[in-house]
Design a protein around this ligand. Structure first.
Ligand code: AMP
Length: 197
């Protein structure tokens, strides 16, 4: 099962991706986390991407493609993965399709978490106070929301057009309630068994 988790910054996609990954027994692959780890470790890649992360700007597609090719080739991703934060642009979606096709796979599901903009900004500023992420500041938040609308939403339409299952779920409310909504939607689509939470 390759599931692409899509949602604007602050929609809770990292939290929900983690829960779905645990239910399915596949890894949760967050490109944001991979990049932040590189930046924190001060690797050459990390030094290259740190200013982009801080400004809320997207890392170039070619670099993301290499990072994901490597990650998806790891043995733990053989049974599947929940992708959180990738693909974020149509060229990235095309790169992912090529990468998966090389091992006879394809995206099985696109999960879209929907949360209205006012609540997103409130959640992100709240997270800024707790986690001190360099990109949770008003300028960077605004940049990431524009990127989401302009570059990432078309990815969902592209998948829909290609016949991939797209499930849109209301991302407001407590974590458990959102997870229950996602699980229900996936069960309804025959993509989660009853015994999987
Ligand atoms: P996230 O944790 O998903 O909100 O990602 C944090 C930041 O990492 C983004 O604002 C981008 O700077 C970078 N990033 C994460 N995923 C991608 C991607 N697929 N393409 C380009 N940049 C990305």
């Amino acid at each position: 099962m390759i599931c692409v988790m899509v949602g604007p910054p602050g929609s809770g996609k990292g939290t929900q991706a983690e829960l779905i990954a645990a239910a399915l027994g596949v890894p949760h692959i967050s490109t944001g986390e991979l990049l932040r780890a590189e930046a924190a470790a001060g690797t050459p890649l990390g030094r290259e991407v740190a200013p982009l992360l801080a400004a809320g700007e997207l890392v170039p597609d070619e670099l993301m493609e290499r990072l994901m090719q490597q990650r998806l080739a790891a043995p733990d991703a053989a049974p599947g993965a929940i992708l959180d934060g990738y693909p974020r642009t149509v060229p990235q979606a095309e790169a992912l399709d090529r990468c998966l096709a090389a091992t006879g796979r394809r995206a099985d599901l696109v999960l879209v978490l929907e949360v209205e903009e006012e609540m997103l900004v409130r959640r992100l500023l709240d997270r800024a106070a707790k986690e001190h992420r360099t990109d949770d500041n008003p300028d960077s938040i605004a940049e990431r929301l524009v990127e989401y609308r302009q570059l990432t939403e078309p990815v969902v339409e592209q998948y829909r057009g290609a016949g991939v299952a797209v499930l849109a779920v209301d991302g407001t409310g407590p974590v458990d309630a959102v997870h229950a909504r996602i699980a229900r939607a996936m069960r309804g689509a025959g993509l989660l068994a009853d015994e999987q939470a």
